[in-house]
Design a protein. Structure first.
Length: 93
């Protein structure tokens, strides 16, 4: 839905893809070093987050998520290089 980087004429999400076979949203974002980067994602009814992580300094780390109703807030610290991130979903039981 949105990010916290609102710069006219610029986009922070450089790549974005959805893999329906494993219910994973993947992206690459340009961030500001040391600044918190936030992505808001809409989650359809009947789905929950099963994992969320980012590739920071060549290491895949878990990233912070917070859900309010159908809105997922994903955040991590910005880096000098673009950050490869992913959020995996599963159907709620």
């Amino acid at each position: 839905l949105a990010t916290n980087r609102h710069i006219t004429g610029a986009y922070s999400i450089e790549e974005l893809s959805w893999d329906p076979s494993d219910l994973t949203l993947k992206g690459v974002s340009k961030t500001v070093p040391t600044e918190q980067y936030i992505i808001w994602i809409f989650i359809p009814e009947g789905f929950i987050t099963s994992e969320a992580n980012a590739n920071i300094d060549s290491e895949r780390i878990d990233i912070l998520t917070e859900r309010t109703d159908n809105l997922l807030k994903v955040s991590f610290e910005g880096q000098k290089k673009p950050v490869d991130w992913r959020v995996k979903f599963k159907q709620a039981e």
